[in-house]
Design a protein around this ligand. Sequence first.
Ligand SMILES: Cc1cc2nc3c(=O)[nH]c(=O)nc-3n(C[C@H](O)[C@H](O)[C@H](O)COP(=O)(O)OP(=O)(O)OC[C@H]3O[C@@H](n4cnc5c(N)ncnc54)[C@H](O)[C@@H]3O)c2cc1C
Ligand code: SF4
Length: 327
Amino acid sequence: MKPFDYIRAEDTGHATSAAAQGATIIAGGTNLLDLMKLEVMQPDALIDINRLELKEISEVDGGLRIGALVTNSDLAADMRVRESYPMLSQALLAGASGQLRNKATTGGNLLQRTRCYYFYDTAMPCNKREPGTGCQAMEGATRLHAILGGSDQCIATHPSDMAVAMRALDAVVEIEAGTGETRQVPLSAFYLLPGDTPHIENVLHKDDLITAVILPAAPKGQQTYRKVRDRASYAFAMVSVAARVEMDGDTVKDASLAFGGIAPQPWRDADAEAALIGQPATMDTFNAVADILLKNADPKKDNAFKVPLARRTLIATLKELCGKDVA
Ligand SMILES: Cc1cc2nc3c(=O)[nH]c(=O)nc-3n(C[C@H](O)[C@H](O)[C@H](O)COP(=O)(O)OP(=O)(O)OC[C@H]3O[C@@H](n4cnc5c(N)ncnc54)[C@H](O)[C@@H]3O)c2cc1C
Ligand code: SF4
C-alpha cells in the first residue's frame, strides 16, 4: 500500500477544507481500505471523520434525519426505521455481515464503489478506474453487471442495498461544501449514469462532505426488500427490489419500486410505477409493469439471466405486498 498522511477532522469545516486540498474522506473504511490495499485508490492523505457529530438519528418534519456516521447496524436496529421504513431495515440487514455493518456508515454506504471484478484488478483496462483505457467487462465475465442504464464505456452496477431502499423512499442527501454551505440533493439526482464518463459517479464535488440522509414522512402501505443473490448471506444482489404498495380494495392506490443489481445506480422507472398505480392487482397488471421495466434491457451473455430473474422477483414481491394469491 502506498504511504499516506492521516488527519483527524475536528469539525465538518476541517473535513471539507482537507478534502478541498486533496485528502480522501474515510468513515468506516470497509470499502476504502480494501481499495487502497489493492492500489485501486491511492490517496496521499486521509481525513478521518469518525469524531464528528454525525451519529444521530433525529425526527424532522415528520421524517428522519440520519447522520452520515450512523452505522448500518444502528440504522437497521432503530425502532423508528423498523416500524415506519421496514424496507430500509431489511435492506441493511441483507447487506454484508454483522461485523461489516458495525463499521459501515450511511455516507460511506452511499459512496461505496462498484464490485466489477475488473475495477478491482489494476492489470485490467477499466474506464471507471482509469478513464479512456477501455472496459474489460464488455467482452468478459458479466454475471454481476448491469442490464439497464449502462453505456458502451461501462456496465458496472451500484452495489448498495441501503441505497435501493432509500431510492424507493424518496430520500434526500444533505451535503456540506467547502464554503460551509449546505445543500440537499434528492437521491434520484445524486447518482450519474456512466455515459462517456463512468469515473464520475455522482454529483459531489471534491470538497463536499455528506452530513446526513433525510427520509420524508413514512409512506402509507406495505413495504418489503427482496434480495436475490448467489448465497443466503454475505453476497451482493443479483437482483433486488425495494417495494411499497398501498391498496384500496383490489386496486393498487399508490406504489414505489426501486431495483438493485441491475443498473449503475439504484434504479427506478416512473413508467413502470404508473402502470401499477390505479390498476387491479392481477397478473396481467404485474406482467405489464415488468414489461415496461425491462423493455430497454441490454444484457450480455453472462447476465442475460437477470432479465427473467428481475421479472420474477418483481412479480413475487408485488404478489406478497398486494396480499393476494394472484395466479
Ligand atoms: C465482504 C464485503 C461484503 C459486503 N456486502 C455488501 C452487501 O451485500 N450490500 C451492501 O450494500 N454493501 C456491502 N458491502 C459494502 C459495505 O456496505 C460498504 O463497504 C460500506 O457501507 C462502506 O461504508 P464505510 O463507512 O466503511 O465507507 P468507507 O470505506 O469509509 O468509504 C467509502 C467511500 O465513501 C467516501 N465517504 C465516506 N463517508 C463519506 C462522507 N460522509 N462524505 C463524503 N464521502 C464519504 C469515502 O471517501 C470512500 O470513497 C460489503 C463490503 C464487504 C467488504
Ligand atoms: S464495467 Fe465499468 S467498472 Fe467494470 S471494467 Fe468496465 S468500465 Fe470498469
